[in-house]
Design a protein around this ligand. Structure first.
Ligand code: SAM
Length: 291
């Protein structure tokens, strides 16, 4: 069964009386090349465990199962479970979990699979993410310290642009600094909107995020670093002297001193700071508030 073909998707919809849910971000891939780009980009080896977010009818799941030792796919829509049982019937190395990925403990799945000795290699996360929760899914994985080697995911192009942005650009923001703190970011593919059923209103892009083994900057307190990013970009049109006032409970005068000691002009805005500069400010704030 060629799962990416529109005729297959139509046939499944008819036979199971399945309606694609807009609210669950169900836009299914219909292009074999895109599937290949994602699984190639994920660099899956025969020893690896792949965790897929949102398998849909199983196009990526099947392609990943051809290359990996094991695939665990987490799908929220229970109506897709009997469909996946049919479409993935020939594969013995796939486990489907009917669950919300936001409520799923991915490290627990990894531990279970390791305990059952289903894989010996790395853990790679893949997915064509539902647009409505792309950012919470990515940040959830990163903040919870999921023990994966990489995350290769398709998302709305605008979100990919924000994730990979550099200082100075219009789309550079808290998401760019946060993701780049945890990962290196690589472009894998640009994907036009017309390769999905139904067609979304926006184009997509595939990124590979490789989790860093070590922090790219030295921090005395990670929470203060993220708080500085939040404050700075929370009021991105304000100067740092104003937007950072209140961070760590600091007064405007104290923020001025922190910026001066970090060698950063208080008239600059958050969107001009690179990660090293955010780290210098955060370490100054942490020292000033006794952390
Ligand atoms: N992987 C399939 C493909 O590429 O054709 C489907 C991708 S579709 C963009 C997103 C999938 O994620 C849908 O199957 C949807 O039901 C599922 N999904 C949406 N929200 C989810 C959540 N919170 N947890 C797990 N799966 C979710």
């Amino acid at each position: 069964m060629k799962l990416h073909e529109p005729s297959t998707i139509r046939d499944i919809k008819d036979r199971y009386d399945f309606r694609l849910s807009k609210s669950l971000g169900q836009n299914f891939i219909t292009d074999r090349n895109v599937i290949t780009r994602i699984v190639d980009g994920a660099d899956i080896s025969p020893e690896d465990l792949v965790i897929e977010i949102g398998p849909g009818i199983g196009v990526l799941t099947a392609a990943a199962a051809e290359r990996a030792a094991r695939v665990v796919a987490v799908e929220i829509d229970r109506k897709l479970i009997p469909i996946l049982e049919e479409t993935l019937i020939g594969y013995r190395n796939i486990r489907v979990i009917n669950q919300d990925i936001m409520k799923t403990d991915i490290n627990e799945i990894i531990e279970e699979e390791r305990h059952a000795e289903t894989f010996r290699g790395d853990v790679k996360i893949i997915g064509n993410l539902p647009y409505y929760i792309t950012t919470p899914i990515i940040m959830g994985i990163l903040e919870k310290g999921v023990k994966a080697e990489s995350i290769t995911i398709m998302m709305q192009k605008e979100v990919a642009d924000r994730i990979k942005a550099s200082p100075g650009g219009k789309v550079y923001g808290a998401l760019s600094v946060a993701v780049q703190y945890y990962c290196t970011v690589e472009d894998i593919a640009s994907v036009p909107r017309d390769v999905f059923i139904p067609q979304p209103k926006v184009d997509s892009a595939v990124l590979r995020l490789r989790l860093r083994q070590e922090s790219p900057v030295e921090l005395t307190d990670k929470a203060v670093f993220f708080s500085c990013i939040k404050h700075g970009f929370g009021q991105r049109r304000k100067t740092l002297h104003n937007s950072l006032t209140g961070v760590g409970g600091l007064s405007k005068e104290q923020v001025g001193r922190v910026l001066e000691e970090a060698g950063i002009d208080p008239g600059r805005r958050a969107e001009t700071l690179d990660m090293e500069e955010f780290a210098a400010i955060a370490n100054g704030v942490a020292a000033c508030c006794g952390r």
